[in-house]
Design a protein around this ligand. Structure first.
Ligand code: BG6
Length: 507
C-alpha cells in the first residue's frame, strides 16, 4: 500500500542538488583546514557538476599574495587532497572566479577591497550578490570578523540576494563563552543566515543513522530501555596532536570532540523520529535529547581523562604529549576522555551511554555500538554459552564504513556450543558510488541554504551545559592518567565500565 502523503513536498529527492549563482569567501585561507579540506571540497563539488558555472572563491588572509599566488595554492591543495581526479577543464573554469584579498581582520581598507571584489564578481561571474563567509579562524578572531562584515555592509542581503556566515568549531570553550559568541554572531546575522560546522554531521555514515533507524522496521522496536543494555560511542584516533599545540593545549579531548561530534552522534542515536527531516524538526528532536541528558552524581567515578605518554604506534616509537613541541611540560590537558551519561526520558531511563575519545590510541576508528541485554532466560547449559557475548548493532562510522550486527550462533559440531558471529554491511561492497567528503556535503548545503546538518545555537549551548560540570570537576581534582601511546587509554576507563559489570569493545 502506498503511504505517500500529498501534503509533502513532491520534489524527487534523488535528483542532484545543484547550487545556484553564488560564491564563497574563506577567512583563514592559509590554514590547514582550508588547504586539506575546504579548497579540495570546492574543487570536488565543481568536478561533480554541483556548482554553478560562475562560482567564485575568494581567499582573505594576511599573506602578500596576488590572485595568481592564491590560485596556485588552491591548485596545489586540490592536487594533493581532492577526492576526485584532476580535470583541466574543471580547473580552468573554477580559476575564472578566484580572487585574493590581502589584509588583517582589523583592516578597514581590506574589507572595502573585499566589498569591491564581491561587486566585481557579481558583474563578471554572475554571482548575484550571493556569498557565504567561511570563518576558518581561531575563536578569538570571530568577533572582529563578524563586526567587520557588518560595518562594511557585507552581511546585508539586498535585492533578494543572500549572505551567510559559516562558523567552524570550537564555538567557545564553555557555556559562557559560547553564549557570548552566539550573541556577537546574532547581533549581525539572523539565525537562518548562520551555519555552524560540525563536520561529523556531513559524513555519510552519520546521516545513515537516520536511514537505519527510520527507514526500517526491524531496529526501532528494540531501540529502547526494554532491550538495550547500554550504548558505547567511540572516536579513537591513532594520531597525536601534530602541529596543533596552540589550539589543543588547554582545550583537550572532551572539549575538542565530545562537546560536538560525540554528543551529536549520541543525539542522532537516541532521538525520537522527527516529524520530517526539515532543519527545524530535526533540531527539535536532537535538542530534546541533549536537554534530557543527566550526569551521574559522582563525576569522579563516571568520567576519566588521560594523556598519552611515549609509546609505539604502527611500529614507530612516538613521543608523549608533554614532550610535543609547544606543550607546557606541566600541562594537564586531556588527550583521552571517557564519560558516562544518562538520558532522562521514557525510552532511555536507566540505559547508560558511554562516550570515549582519545588520540594515540590503538587505531583510528569511530563507531556507535548499541549493546543489547542478554536473553531473559537461557535454555542452554551454561558451558554452551560461555563464549556468547551480548547482541549488538554497531554503526561503523569510519574508516571501515558500514554496519555490523553481532549475535550468537551454534558452532558446527556434535555438541551445542554458541559463539558470537557478525553480519556485515560494508559500503564498499553494496554501493559503487564512493562517499563524498563531509566538507563537500556541508559546503554545498550552505550554498543551497539547507540547514539540516548544522547544529543550532541551542544544541551547542546544551552540549556545553553537559560538559562544563565535568571540566570543572577535572579542574579541581588531580590530573589526567598517563597511557602509553598505541594502547586503548588509561586503565581507569576500563575500571569505570567494570564497576558497572561491562567492558569497552576492542574495535
Ligand atoms: C576535529 C578535531 O574536529 O576532528 C580533531 O578538532 C580531530 O582533533 C578531527 O582530529 C577528526 O576528524 P575525522 O573526520 O578525521 O574523524
Amino acid at each position: 500500500m502506498s503511504s505517500s502523503n500529498p501534503l509533502r513536498d513532491p520534489a524527487d529527492r534523488r535528483l542532484p542538488r545543484i547550487a545556484g549563482p553564488s560564491g564563497l569567501v574563506i577567512f583563514g585561507v592559509t590554514g590547514d583546514l582550508s588547504r586539506k579540506k575546504l579548497m579540495p571540497a570546492v574543487y570536488d563539488l565543481a568536478n561533480r557538476g554541483l556548482l554553478p558555472p560562475g562560482f567564485s572563491l575568494v581567499g582573505f588572509a594576511r599573506r602578500e599574495w596576488q590572485n595568481e599566488d592564491f590560485a596556485q595554492e588552491v591548485h596545489d591543495a586540490v592536487k594533493e587532497h581532492a577526492r576526485t581526479p584532476f580535470r583541466e577543464e574543471v580547473w580552468q573554469q573554477l580559476i575564472q572566479g578566484m580572487r585574493f584579498v590581502q589584509g588583517t581582520f582589523d583592516d578597514d581598507d581590506a574589507f572595502e577591497r573585499l566589498r569591491s571584489t564581491i561587486d566585481e564578481l557579481d558583474k563578471a561571474q554572475g554571482t548575484g550578490g550571493n556569498f557565504a563567509f567561511y570563518l576558518s579562524v581561531p575563536p578569538r578572531s570571530f568577533p572582529v570578523v563578524i563586526q567587520q562584515l557588518k560595518k562594511h555592509g557585507l552581511a546585508d542581503q539586498e535585492g533578494g540576494s543572500w549572505r551567510r556566515a559559516v562558523i567552524e568549531k570550537p564555538f567557545g570553550h564553555d557555556l559562557k563563552s559560547a553564549e557570548e559568541l552566539n550573541k556577537v554572531v546574532h547581533e549581525v546575522f539572523e539565525p537562518d543566515q548562520v551555519f555552524r560546522i560540525d563536520h561529523y554531521l556531513g559524513k555519510e555514515t552519520v546521516q545513515n543513522i537516520l536511514a537505519l533507524r527510520f527507514a526500517n522496521t526491524m531496529f526501532e522496536p528494540i531501540w529502547n530501555r526494554s532491550f538495550v543494555d547500554h550504548v558505547q560511542i567511540t572516536m579513537a584516533e591513532d594520531i597525536g596532536i601534530g602541529g596543533r599545540a596552540g589550539y589543543y593545549d588547554g582545550i583537550g579531548a572532551a572539549r575538542d570532540v565530545i562537546q560536538n561530534h560525540l554528543l551529536q552522534l549520541m543525539a542522532l542515536t537516541a532521538m525520537e523520529e522527527p516529524a520530517s527531516f526539515d532543519a527545524d524538526a530535526l533540531a527539535a528532536e536532537k535538542t530534546k535529547v541533549l536537554g534530557a541528558v543527566r550526569l551521574p552524581k559522582d563525576l569522579g567515578r563516571s568520567s576519566v581523562r588521560g594523556q598519552y605518554a611515549a609509546g609505539w604506534q604502527g611500529g614507530e616509537k612516538v613521543i608523549g604529549y608533554l614532550q610535543e613541541e609547544g606543550i607546557d611540560p606541566r600541562s594537564k590537558t586531556d588527550t583521552y576522555a571517557a564519560i558516562k551519561v544518562g538520558i532522562d526520558n521514557r525510552r532511555w531511563a536507566g540505559v547508560p551511554f558511554y562516550l570515549r575519545t582519545g588520540k594515540r590510541l590503538g587505531r583510528r576508528v569511530t563507531e556507535i555500538a548499541v549493546v543489547f541485554q542478554r536473553a531473559p532466560h537461557s535454555p542452554f547449559d551454561h558451558t554452551a554459552t560461555e563464549e556468547l557475548g551480548q547482541n549488538a548493532v554497531v554503526i561503523r562510522v569510519q574508516p571501515d564504513e558500514g554496519i555490523t550486527v553481532r549475535f550468537g550462533s551454534k558452532v558446527p559440531g556434535t555438541s551445542m556450543e554458541i559463539r558470537d558471529v557478525s553480519m556485515d554491511f560494508a559500503y564498499g561492497e553494496s554501493f559503487t558510488e564512493s562517499s563524498p567528503e563531509a566538507y563537500e556535503r556541508l559546503i554545498l548545503d550552505v550554498l543551497l541554504g539547507d540547514a539540516n546538518l548544522f547544529p543550532r545555537t541551542e544544541e551547542v549551548e546544551l552540549s556545553w551545559k553537559i560538559l562544563d560540570p565535568i571540566e570543572q570537576y577535572w579542574d579541581k581534582h588531580g590530573k589526567p592518567a598517563q597511557y602509553p601511546s598505541g594502547t586503548w587509554g588509561p586503565a581507569e576507563a576500563d575500571e569505570m565500565l567494570a564497576r558497572d559489570g561491562r567492558s569497552w569493545r576492542r574495535p
